[in-house]
Design a protein around this ligand. Structure first.
Ligand code: C2E
Ligand code: CA
Ligand code: CA
Ligand code: CA
Length: 278
């Protein structure tokens, strides 16, 4: 039994080393991914249910690793957070998304572009300066940019986040709270931060409309957002039944595979042009 314990231990520790080694290798390849052109953005449309047209798109980052193939953002974003690489990746995403938004605007298809902001970016003292610089360089009007932040992002240092976000909001940029309903803190931040949009997390949407609890929670959240005069977006909408329920509740916008999966910018141009004709 003792021997078995020992060999189990050895097996376990060599596995940990292998895992640690793999993480280190991933880390160093992520460090060079941007300059090697392995990072790209894809866009997912948001449908305005009243206007019945696409009025916004969310930018989502992709990493095509030379040997591993596509690495999921669920894997590389946390790594980028830990290592600080998210600062340069985040800046690049903002620049690229603003440039693409200018391209769509100039093609007569203006859409608001939403970019995800990681918790670490909410610690950059010069965040508003950086955003304003990127807007100026790209020529995008601030009203066509939205930043998506998470509850955990703002609650790490609420006082600091509040002042940074006030500065960003003062530029005319919209702010959305992402993954709403999945955190653990009180709702006080809805009052504290200058939020324009609330995004209902997919975990509520996926059981609609059959699940009575999910239905109550969703209609409650939509009502809350309306009374706070926030725009409300449902994410992860996959079926026409979910869409019907959300429309009936007064949800403003939907996003999800029902409409489209995230697609490259060039494909989005075609999508927007078709949407405009319909
Ligand atoms: P998120 O911001 O909540 O983005 C929504 C995720 O749901 C995306 O996954 C999207 O592809 C996926 N999705 C959209 N519609 C559906 C649907 O109908 N069904 C299902 N099952 N999934 C759907 P993705 O692209 O893998 O991104 C995962 C997360 O990685 C994002 O979650 C976000 O937290 C993070 N992320 C992605 N790009 C960036 C970025 O540029 N910066 C930062 N800081 N985080 C990013
Ligand atoms: Ca998001
Ligand atoms: Ca989300
Ligand atoms: Ca999410």
């Amino acid at each position: 039994a003792k021997d078995r314990g020992r060999s189990t231990y050895h097996f376990y520790s060599s596995q940990m080393n292998a895992h640690g080694q793999a993480q280190l290798e991933l880390q160093s390849s992520l460090r060079r991914a941007l300059e090697r052109g392995e990072i790209s953005l894809v866009y997912q449309p948001k449908l305005d249910l009243r206007k019945r047209s696409v009025t916004g798109v969310e930018a989502l980052m992709r990493w095509q690793h030379p040997t591993l193939g596509p690495v999921s953002p669920a894997q590389f974003i946390p790594l980028a957070e830990e290592t600080g690489l998210i600062e340069s990746l985040g800046r690049w995403a903002l620049q690229t998304a603003c440039r693409d938004a200018v391209m769509w605007r100039d093609a007569g298809m203006p859409v608001q572009v939403s970019v995800n902001l990681s918790p670490r970016q909410l610690n950059l003292p010069h965040l508003a300066t950086e955003v304003s610089q990127i807007l100026a360089d790209s020529g995008l009007e601030p009203g066509l940019l939205e930043l998506e932040i998470t509850e955990s992002g703002v609650m790490q240092n609420p006082a600091r986040a509040a002042s940074l976000l006030q500065e960003v909001r003062a530029l005319g940029v919209s702010l959305a709270i992402d993954d709403f309903g999945t955190g653990y803190s009180s709702l006080s931040y809805l009052q504290r931060f200058p939020l324009s949009t609330l995004k209902i997390d997919r975990s509520f949407i996926k059981d609609l409309p059959g699940d009575a609890d999910a239905a109550s929670l969703t209609s409650g959240i939509v009502g809350l957002a309306q009374r706070l005069r926030m725009k409300v977006v449902a994410e992860g909408v996959e079926t026409v039944e979910q869409l019907g329920f959300l429309r009936a509740q007064g949800c403003d916008l939907i996003q999800g595979y029902y409409l489209s999966k995230p697609i490259p910018a060039e494909e989005m141009s075609g999508f927007l042009a078709r949407d405009l004709r319909n």
